[in-house]
Write a protein that binds this ligand. Sequence first.
Ligand SMILES: Nc1ncnc2c1ncn2[C@@H]1O[C@H](COP(=O)(O)OP(=O)(O)OP(=O)(O)O)[C@@H](O)[C@H]1O
Length: 711
Amino acid sequence: MPSLLLSSPSELDDLNKLKHKKSKKAASMAADLDLNGSVEEEKKSKKKKKNKNLESEDGEIYNSDGEGSEKKISKKKRKASDEERSDTISDAAARANGSALKKPKLRKNDEDEEVIARGENEGAANPNAVSKFRISKVLREKLKSKGIESLFPIQAMTFDSILDGSDLVGRARTGQGKTLAFVLPILESLTNGQYKTARKTGCGRPPSVLVLLPTRELANQVYADFQAYGGAVGLSSCCLYGGSPYRAQVLALKRGIDIVVGTPGRIKDHIERGTLDLKFLKFRILDEADEMLNMGFVDDVELILGKVEDVNKVQTLLFSATLPDWVKKISARFLKPDKKTADLVGNEKLKASASVRHLVLPCTRQARAQIIPDIIHCYSCGGRTIIFTETKESASQLAGLLPGSRALHGDIVQAQREVVLAGFRKGRFLVLVATNVAARGLDIHDVQLIIQCEPPRDVEAYIHRSGRTGRAGNTGVAILLYEPRYSSSISRLERESGVKFEHISAPQPADVAEYVGSDAARAISNVSDSVIPVFQSQAEQLLSSSGLSAVHLLAKALAKAAGYTDIKKRSLLSSIESHVTLLLQAGKTIYSPAFAFGILRGFLPNEKIEGVKGLSLTADGMGAVFDVPADDVNAFTGGQENANMATIEVLKSLPPLQCKDQSRGGDKRRGRFGGGRFSGGRGGNGNSGRRNGGGHGKGDGGGRNRFNKRR
Ligand SMILES: Nc1ncnc2c1ncn2[C@@H]1O[C@H](COP(=O)(O)OP(=O)(O)OP(=O)(O)O)[C@@H](O)[C@H]1O
């Protein structure tokens, strides 16, 4: 259940202690932190909200144009404000949850009045409207110019806590706006809040904010946000990462800077060279914290964080979509004991993005390059696609095989990495083949499709990679390819990510025709009539000499226009081309693959049986599916005439199958996946094709660590 908790290592325990220690009011406020609160809680929340709105809108703490300064807060009010800190959290939680949603009351018979009434109530109806938060006018306008009128839940839940000075751990699924969740309150805090006067200003000033990120690309992206929003409120930023020249970075630091964004390796270098002074930091942010620590940056991160003069005067924020338990423990070293935790994922089963369709497709390594273009045709909706490979070599190789695609990984020089990413962002090419260097945080418009060439090593990688699509409320598709014989890795991922995978098979000729053909048809109908007189006589000649009907000839022309001169049959089991998947049934239970081979030997010659590949048993135990070369299909289907009770048919879609271990082990009732691992999968619906709802939708840290070598 999503939650915003007053937390220390054991958040629940602490919440209980809190309930006992504090007054009745505090206990009821703690209850309010549950986002799925009761009606009673909602009433309390509304009451507090009324007070809160008075506090933030009366111009004494923050007036409506954000110019109100802390100086204006009377002692009494400051005390009240401190006392009500927890209220603020529950308000935020209530707002984040939308529990203050009211139906607008419209006045009848007067159109103008109706509009006014709707306008008034719309503000009330949207508890996360930007205007409801202590966000200055200039930032509000900046947000508006980017189409942002209300805060996303993670932003709404954490804004007040960060602005009011808390250390915080924030977790929300991919694409839910975690970057602005720290950017906005930090900027407000530095320009209108508690650090307005405390922060260093003037020429040569040391930074007030340090944001650490695991990859160069991600550092650049977050830097861009600080530049845009920070620039609007007069704060300067710079980005420090490896692979780029020191000179410009040193100059920027010498001139004086407010916000430093970067990767741990280069930040550490600057500290050691004496060019970066972190003594006076007000904020330290670890974005994608688990990845940085996972990458072996713990020592670097600790060294960097240890450079502040007084840890009590710095706020530390830690954000990620994935927070493995070990990171929560490590955060106890970096964050104050009274830190808060805003966890929008919590114990919910689904850890990956809910706005992404998660599909799995069996495909051998050899078949990948052949099948990927068709997957893109069928599932990308004409938008961008990111393909993840496990190694740098295979990223380069695959990009070489896919026309119009480019590779991105840690062996590519930094300048080139930046050119590639910029080209992809601008839509100069639509397919990026990348290693995990692109798995985290990258926010690229209109990425409709993610293809993972094989199951990643850990569930976190799956969550982050698939989260490059379906961002900011948009939808997307993530397709995971896997070697049929390693299907058990799919069940592990399914269990750990909470995703219920849809099992699909390779796009078949009919699917390709449907998606590619309609594009080609559209392209042909857009051709000007002026071409007809020029090509007419050749068309007539072709029609008479081909011996084909006009429709058949046009079908060929459409295929050619779409780039196809031949569409080969493809195995449903392994995606291998020129192979066809067959189903053997014998009117009785087929206990094991050996049993199935025995039946086949009863009516087929050995040389044909040697061509059988990937034989697997169906989940109901009544059949066996296998691949044969397309040329042998007739021998198999024809041979059944001599078979005793056995039938063979060409499959159009894959039925649910037993997992491999079961097929070998024989007794499917005892298997861990009893009932068929795939029984909840496609259920015999092997459709491929575009089912995406439409919609549109962070390089390495310096090449000095174990992890980077893998990229
Ligand atoms: N309040 C908002 N309203 C509309 N769009 C928003 C809002 N906040 C952020 N966005 C947009 O949502 C997208 C995703 O934001 P962001 O990259 O911060 O997500 P994230 O949670 O950090 O994702 P990841 O876990 O993948 O790093 C960005 O394009 C951002 O501009």
